[in-house]
Ligand binder design. Structure first.
Ligand code: F6P
Length: 550
């Protein structure tokens, strides 16, 4: 057995779990009128209510013991101080330096990274200002009206999610589009709406080797050159209509991107943590650099909290530990996220990469297979859509699915009673998940509806809700850039806390890199009919089928 599973803190939690498993949250709330005050925290305008969890004082104490045993505070400092905690790639994980709004230096191998960070922020400002105010002109002398980000994974999901979330701040003169999928449909459908003369492509790729991104970028370049009829001076057209964001400057120059339009970031920024870097350029273009910097301010505010708050008052620490409580002790395999704010509709998709790519690991930092569960699957949809689709399984299914509910007090779009109804739904769901409906309550309800006898008895079991389903609720004033920055950094740190307890490296992604390799093996076999496939029978059969029916 691993050290973690044999550790005193783990044992104590196992023992405690056996005792608390049978206690219903109804009883917990009835027994403690101060439960909300005790189990909620405020940071700026963010309220974190974790009282609807299957915990008591002792649970929190034992979870904090687990965090201390794992030396979470030491690891937090290691990360902020630029230690190479991404051990399999020998890299630091310094995304926090990108939003370091203090004048504190951040040292990496003895060198302060902050001058470079500030230099690139300055370049982003001048470029985005020039595009937004119409001074940056395309090949035919027209200002830019549409930007198209071409990237995938962290080079797509973060900027896309933030652009959607901050839409109320967007320029009326600039539209943002995102192309990620290698499926030609994605690029084709996007290009249909565009005028090449007023379109700027931003090729976003940390490595600048990702097949999907480079293929989409090459096709976009061919489209641009054809549309502008610029074959004779296509280099000039590409120079005006393409920008790139990458750590691989040699590759961006090989692609033919004007060095003035290349924005650099560094290998110490993980792809899924990169929206704070130049990868955020589409955000700066869409909403302006001032708003982008407010997003950074929000991330920084959460960083300061994470670094300085005691563990039992530390929101990312508590969220991370609650996830471990359900994942490792109650056997939960999924974590749902429900933003009751339409602008956050891509937040669950963004969190999927953040959490699942980071903590989907089967060996510990020393390479030993773990004998405990690690990352959970993450999914969700904006409220109230999810309610009319899959909440049924959370209310009455057999599995425990802890859920986070996020909602603003104020809407950007006050419209009659809409926002009050939205919020009422959000609160009602967390209440119903916690309380459930007892058999007595269900019976009384059916009787009040005039049902009796056999008909009532037949329907009764279907009307019972066990409740006792855990939720966190995050309430904020309004979805502004600062709040969004706080929320993103909160989840980043939650994921980190869990990785520390599980003793895994959250900053590599060897599993997804395998996919790139495997597709590379099959592609020549699809291209060439004479190629003999050398895979398993199923894969050979599928390759042959394509060859016969193409
Ligand atoms: O899918 C694996 C991955 O490496 C992600 O981690 C990353 O965000 C994505 O590919 C895109 O990589 P790049 O920015 O290098 O194109």
């Amino acid at each position: 057995m691993s050290k973690l599973v044999e550790s005193p803190a783990w044992h104590a939690l196992k023992f405690h779990h056996a005792a608390i498993e049978t206690i219903h949250m109804r009883q917990m709330f009835q027994g403690d009128p101060m439960r909300f005050d005790k189990f909620s925290l405020k940071l700026g305008n963010l309220l974190f209510d974790y009282s609807k969890n299957r915990i008591n004082d002792q649970t929190v104490k034992l979870l904090i013991d687990l965090a201390e045993q794992a030396r979470v505070p030491v690891w937090i400092e290691r990360m902020f101080n630029g230690e190479k905690i991404n051990s399999t790639e020998q890299r630091a994980a310094l995304h926090t330096a990108l939003r370091n709004r203090s004048d504190r230096p951040v040292l990496l191998d003895g060198k302060d990274v902050m001058p470079d960070v500030r230099r690139v922020l300055g370049l982003m400002r001048s470029f985005s200002d020039a595009v937004r105010n119409g001074k940056y002109l395309g090949h035919t002398g027209m200002p830019i009206t549409d930007i198209v980000n071409i990237g995938i994974g962290g080079s797509d999901l973060g900027p896309l999610m933030v652009c959607e979330a901050l839409k109320p701040h967007a320029s009326q003169n600039l539209r943002a589009h995102f192309v990620s999928n290698i499926d030609g449909t994605h690029l084709t459908e996007t290009l249909k709406k565009l005028d090449a003369a007023t379109t700027l492509f931003i090729v976003s790729s940390k490595t600048f080797t990702t097949q999907e991104t480079l293929t989409n970028a090459s096709s976009a370049r061919a489209w641009l050159v054809e549309k502008l009829d610029a074959k004779t001076d296509d280099e000039q057209a590409v120079a005006k209509h393409f920008a790139a964001i990458s750590t691989n400057l040699a590759a961006t120059s090989k692609f033919g991107i004007n060095p003035h339009n290349v924005f650099e970031f560094w290998d110490w920024v993980g792809g899924r943590y990169s929206l704070w870097s130049a990868i955020g350029l589409p955000i700066a273009l869409y909403v302006g650099m001032d708003i982008f910097e407010e997003l950074l301010d929000g991330g920084y505010a959460m960083d300061e909290h994470f670094r300085s708050a005691p563990l039992d008052m530390n929101i990312p620490v508590l969220m991370g530990l609650l996830g471990i409580w359900y994942g490792n002790f109650f056997g939960a395999g999924a974590n749902a996220v429900f933003p009751y704010d339409q602008y956050l509709y891509r937040f669950p998709a963004y969190l999927q990469q953040l959490e699942m790519e980071s903590n989907g690991k089967r060996v510990d930092r020393d390479g030993n297979p773990v004998d405990y569960d690690t990352g959970m699957s993450v999914w969700g949809e904006p409220g109230t859509n999810g309610q009319h689709a899959f909440y049924q399984l959370i209310h009455q299914g057999t599995r425990m699915i802890p859920a986070d509910f996020l909602a603003p007090l104020h809407s950007h779009n006050p419209l009659g009673e809409h926002h009050a109804i939205l919020l009422a739904n959000c609160y009602a769901q967390t209440e119903a998940l916690m309380l459930g409906k007892t058999i007595e309550e269900a019976r009384a309800e059916l009787e009040a509806q005039g049902l009796h006898g056999e008909a009532l008895e037949a329907l009764l079991p279907h009307k019972v809700f066990p409740g006792n389903k855990p939720t966190n609720t995050l309430i904020f004033d309004k979805l502004d850039p600062h709040t969004l920055g706080m929320l993103i950094a909160l989840y980043e740190h939650k994921v980190f806390v869990q990785s520390v307890v599980w003793n895994i490296n959250p900053f590599d992604q060897w599993g997804v890199e395998l996919g790139k390799q495997l597709a590379g093996n099959i592609l020549p076999e699809l291209r060439d009919v004479t190629f003999t496939s050398r895979h398993d029978a199923s894969t050979n059969g599928l390759v042959d089928y394509y060859q016969k029916h193409r």
